[in-house]
Ligand binder design. Structure first.
Ligand SMILES: [Fe+2]
Ligand SMILES: [Fe+2]
Length: 165
């Protein structure tokens, strides 16, 4: 059984619609050029986090704002540079990139309070401010889970693969 089958058709449609909007209105496709962990691009990492957080919300039977959850997930690492390149990446990237991602997101797209919380607080506990919303907590947990799966190249947790089946 592929991992995405527990998501409903309406959730997958919402995911596709949200992603299409972001592709049209932002520079999110640029993040395909930058590696996040292992051999996973930042773009694919954000897809992974969006799918895992949706699945986690279903598993926990949490009523969430799915549109904001997906939008926040897709933009949570919208910093648009190669963080491995020390000449481009700011010092303390781990601490600084949520604010950079939020500034870029606000520049390119209307961002609501939930999406702001998701983006700015997703690195908790590295950054000291914890998420204030259910959606923010879900993304913070999903981000860590996906990062581990990507570092260890666990293919079954790659959202792109699930979504194409
Ligand atoms: Fe991040
Ligand atoms: Fe991330």
């Amino acid at each position: 059984m592929t991992a995405h089958k527990k998501l409903s058709i309406s959730q997958l449609k919402l995911f596709d619609c949200t992603l299409a909007q972001l592709i049209k209105r932002t520079h999110i496709l640029e993040s395909k050029d930058y590696i996040q962990h292992g051999n996973t691009s930042i773009f694919d990492h954000c897809l992974n986090v969006a799918i895992i957080s949706l699945k986690l919300a279903c598993f926990l039977k949490l009523a969430v704002d799915e549109k904001s959850l997906i939008t926040g997930a897709l933009l949570h690492d919208y910093f648009l540079y190669d963080w491995h390149n020390k000449q481009i990446s700011p010092s303390w990237h781990g601490f600084k990139h949520p604010a950079i991602a939020l500034a870029n997101a606000r520049r390119d797209f209307p961002i609501n309070k939930i999406e702001t919380d998701i983006i700015i607080n997703h690195m908790f506990p590295l950054t000291l401010h914890c998420p204030k919303t259910k959606e923010g907590w879900l993304i913070s947990v999903a981000d860590k889970f996906c990062s581990i799966a990507e570092v260890f190249k666990l293919q079954k947790y790659q959202a792109r693969q699930w979504h194409s089946k």
